[in-house]
Write a protein that binds this ligand. Structure first.
Ligand code: NAD
Length: 473
């Protein structure tokens, strides 16, 4: 059984919970359920470690380079765990390790210019970025390793230490990751405690952390924000999305259909910034539906450990039931499944890639975040109306416009209410570009220098060379 890491060592296991394999429906293994005392111990270890870690930037940069190498080496092992606990194919699990190593390398190499506001005979005034202290990080089940590194890499580079709690559905990969990294990090810099939502509440509401960095649902994000408020903890919230893709009438359907399909069905649709609804111009609508359905029908769904599998199982039973319910609801309200439309037979949580037509705004599958392999495709006749419909949501994570003319696409993309807007792609993330959501999709951003700054407080250092006393502007 994997162990929790507290202060650089394996923590004792007092209680445990089952982790299911969603591809077989059987128990994969057990994971430790942290006690409240263990959360306290992890926080105390992180607080002690902060004192040395905060002052040694060269060490932090070297360590991140070492972490990148360790994660690269561990990628096959982590991918094998992710196949078991999350149901994702091995190559897809491998991309999470790649994200981990790329993000660590990026933050190790990021040069931060000195920010001097004034430097003259009267004074030197500069802006310093101070680490916050201990950071509580809480992650979801859909991309446990990749999303953890969106937090670990910038937080540690900035000089913070961390207590990380993974999802109870997929704790094993994160627990194993911390075991692997024990030797590469000073004790207490990265602690991992596992358990259910209650452990998440202890972590978020604990008096020690100065920040909570959360990725997950809107509902839990609100609870985290509330828990952080009395202590004025900083928060970064990466929450849900209901990303639209608008396809203009000049799109070459044959050229884009397969790429568009995978921007919706990557990871079985279980990622925040994937295409969740398509608005296609009427002249290309029928061809697009046919092309998407053709791709959907030939996707190989099955055993995540089989190298030829393209889509594995859905990761959790509640998620599987939610997707099933939303598709059933759509079909009962006039929708047609031109591909898929139902779960696949067997004990695993497999669902046929589903393309839905005959749906309209207002239907649950269009208005809610389905977070699964079922895509509604809607026609439009008027571009301005498509933009209005795309924006008519409480979410604002990503959005895309697809066009034969990049500038025409960009002009429409500017009018979309989303943290990231793409033209002729979607869900393309990189370590140097800020990523975050508008409206209910979140607070703050991750990645790039902006993501690093989110793990700091600003301090102004003013060296006065003139007369003592309050200075004039
Ligand atoms: P979830 O909110 O149920 O759980 C996420 C984590 O929060 C888990 O570790 C859970 O134990 C913990 N948690 C739950 N309630 C808590 C509370 N009150 N206080 C503290 N911690 C608590 O989300 P999930 O089902 O694991 O993930 C799916 C959701 O995550 C989707 O809505 C998806 O859009 C979102 N997501 C967002 C991004 C992004 O970057 N914007 C990325 C991936 C997933």
């Amino acid at each position: 059984m994997p162990t929790m890491t507290i202060n650089g060592r394996a923590a004792a296991t007092h209680a445990e919970f089952d982790v299911l394999n969603p591809a077989t429906g059987k128990i994969y293994t057990q994971a430790p359920e942290a006690t409240r005392e263990q959360v306290d111990e992890a926080m105390a270890a992180a607080a002690v470690a902060f004192e040395g870690w905060r002052d040694d930037e060269p060490l932090r940069r070297r360590t991140l380079t070492d972490l990148a190498a360790s994660v690269r080496d561990a990628t096959p092992e982590l991918a094998a765990i992710l196949a078991e606990e999350n149901g994702k194919p091995l190559d897809l699990g491998g991309t999470e390790g790649v994200v981990g190593s790329v993000w660590c390398d990026y933050y190790a190499g990021l040069e931060l210019p000195r920010e001097v506001l004034r430097d003259d005979a009267g004074a030197t005034v500069e802006v310093l970025r101070r680490p916050l202290g201990v950071v509580a990080a809480i992650t979801p089940w859909n991309m446990p390793i990749g999303l953890a590194f969106f937090k670990i890499a910038p937080a540690l580079r900035a000089g913070n230490t961390m207590v990380l709690k993974p999802s109870p559905f997929t704790p094993v990969s994160t627990l194993r990751l911390a075991e692997i990294l024990r030797d590469a990090l000073p004790p207490g810099v990265l602690n991992v405690v596992s358990g259910g939502d209650e452990v998440g509440r202890w972590v978020a509401g604990h008096p020690t952390p100065r920040k909570v960095s959360f990725t997950g649902s809107v509902e839990a994000g609100r609870a985290v924000n509330t828990a952080a408020a009395p202590d004025l903890k900083r928060v970064t919230l990466e929450l849900g999305g209901n990303d639209p893709a608008i396809l203009l009438d000049d799109v070459d359907v044959a050229a884009v259909a397969e790429g568009l399909f995978w921007t919706a069905f990557f990871n079985n649709g279980q990622a925040c910034a994937l295409v969740k609804r398509v608005y296609a111009a009427q002249p290309i609508y029928a061809d697009l539906v046919d092309a998407l359905a053709e791709v959907a029908r030939r996707v190989r769904v099955g055993d995540p450990t089989d190298a030829t599998t393209q889509l594995g199982a859905l990761a959790t039973r509640p998620q599987f039931e939610r997707v099933s319910e939303l598709v059933e609801h759509a079909l009962a309200h006039g929708a047609t499944a031109v591909a898929g439309g139902a779960p696949l037979d067997g004990d695993g949580l497999f669902f046929a890639p589903t393309i839905l037509t005959g749906v309209d705004d207002g239907l649950r599958i269009v208005d809610e975040e389905q977070f699964g392999p079922a895509l509604p495709v809607l026609p439009f006749t008027d571009e301005a109306d498509a933009v209005r419909r795309a924006n008519a949501t409480s979410f604002g994570l990503g959005a895309s416009v697809w066009s034969g003319d990049l500038e025409r696409g960009a002009a429409v993309a500017r009018r979309l209410d989303a943290g990231t807007t793409w033209v002729n792609t979607h869900a393309a993330l990189s370590p140097d570009a800020p990523f975050g959501g508008l409206k209910w999709s979140g607070l703050g951003v991750e990645n790039g220098p902006w993501g690093l700054h989110a793990y700091t407080d600003i301090q102004v250092l003013h060296r006065n060379r003139g007369a003592a006393g309050p200075g004039a502007v």
